[in-house]
Ligand binder design. Structure first.
Ligand SMILES: Cc1cc2nc3c(=O)[nH]c(=O)nc-3n(C[C@H](O)[C@H](O)[C@H](O)COP(=O)(O)O)c2cc1C
Ligand SMILES: CCCCCCC(=O)C(=O)O
Length: 364
């Protein structure tokens, strides 16, 4: 496989059509889904030359978490739909490549088991240090209206060693995925479940509680969460610059500028088009991580040049997993890393810190 597109094609021919449609699809007319990629295509890179740089350095540090690359794994649900080892294989690939993995609350493997797989793959070496603590694993959370349940989820993630909480705030209701409605994809196959939701307060010890997406969730819940945890809190799904400013006032530690890969409100702008406004609103006071449509190293470089601290990939991880399990995910991450490395050098940059907005031009 030479690039992520080839993994996409492999996944499309491997995964059951109904499940492939679930991962590929977006909301309603899929306008935003298409635009996330198209918007990167409307941007051009304008390189600098003769800058005498060393080989590019790609390492980043986010909330005390060291990563070998500015590309992290955005949270995606249900990895066992595309590979029997599910999130365990993904976690091993993340650990082996020094990549931050954001595990979904809707994972088909419990967070403690994901963390154990990551530790095992890292062979006890974390952040280049033997016995160096917890792996670069974050936990994605949908705040549940029942705060006792939310507290239990946070406690589980913390006990597992998660180093940050990524709170998804773009889902007051579940996005309307017409492909899934047409295909009748309403539930996970027998033997698969959202394992983080098993045995939570108020239910039978082994029962799996459904994930609630609730329009009631508001900034008060965020304030409550802020005092309930000492982990860094990252808001995922912020699109409006005023919400970015509010996030700062509510003590949030970072933002994921995300439209959920075009799966929630359709017709919202592509994330890369919003990035300059969000970066300006935040004014360097917290990191902004962008996801949506990142498929090439040049996309990563464009986002970093426009002020993102890192980028996330969603679907490409699932393509790699579907195509070849842990090896496939590793290859996806390695390919992207090689492309970022080359694109940085070709831009005359020695590290992401050397990238500046003047290197990006909009196609006329
Ligand atoms: C199959 C699938 C499942 C997803 N599950 C979650 C999830 O559980 N929680 C969440 O916050 N975002 C979820 N997302 C959104 C991703 O975190 C991310 O924002 C998006 O996939 C980025 O766009 P990309 O797929 O174009 O890279 C999901 C996306 C996909 C495609
Ligand atoms: C009710 C289960 C929620 C799974 C959420 C997965 C998700 O965010 C997606 O985009 O799909």
């Amino acid at each position: 496989m030479l690039n992520l597109r080839e993994f996409e094609a492999a996944a499309a021919s491997t995964v059951d059509r109904v499940h492939y449609d679930y991962l590929a699809g977006g909301a309603w007319d899929e306008v935003t889904l298409r635009d996330n990629e198209a918007a990167f295509g409307r941007l051009r890179l304008l390189p600098r030359v003769l800058r005498g740089r060393d080989k590019p350095e790609l390492d980043v540090s986010l909330f005390g978490c060291h990563a070998a690359s500015p590309v992290l794994m955005s949270p995606t649900a249900f990895h066992r739909l595309v590979h029997p080892e599910g999130e365990r294989a993904t976690a091993r690939a993340a650990a082996a490549t020094g990549t931050i993995m954001v595990a979904s609350m809707a994972a088909t493997v419990a967070i403690a088991d994901i963390a154990a797989a990551a530790r095992e793959a890292a062979g006890g070496v974390v952040g280049g240090v033997v016995g160096g603590g917890d792996p670069a694993l974050w936990f994605q959370l949908y705040i549940q209206p029942d705060l006792e349940v939310t507290e239990a989820l946070v406690a589980r993630a913390t006990a597992a060693g998660a180093r940050a909480l990524v709170v998804t705030v773009d889902s007051p209701v579940f996005g309307a995925h017409e492909r899934d409605r047409r295909n009748g994809f309403l539930d996970l196959p027998a033997g698969m479940a959202c394992e983080n939701m098993r045995g939570l307060p108020g239910g039978e010890p082994d029962a799996v509680r459904p994930i609630a997406m609730s329009p009631e969730i508001c900034w008060d819940h965020l304030d409550w969460l802020r005092q309930a945890t000492s982990l860094p809190v990252v808001l995922k799904g912020i699109l409006h610059p005023e919400d970015a400013r509010l996030a700062l006032r509510h003590g949030v530690d970072g933002l994921m500028l995300s439209n959920h890969g075009g799966r929630q409100l359709d017709t919202v702008p592509a994330t890369i088009d919003l990035l300059p406004e969000i970066v300006a609103a935040v004014g360097g006071r917290m990191p902004v991580i962008l996801d949506g449509g990142v498929r090439r190293g040049t996309d990563v470089v464009k986002a970093l040049a426009l002020g993102a601290s890192a980028v996330g990939i969603g679907r490409p991880v699932l393509w790699g997993l579907a195509a070849d399990g842990e090896r496939g995910v590793r290859r996806v991450l390695e390919l992207l890393r090689e492309e970022v490395d080359a694109a940085l050098a070709l831009c005359g940059a020695g590290s992401p810190r050397d990238l500046t907005p003047d290197l990006v031009r909009r196609r006329s």
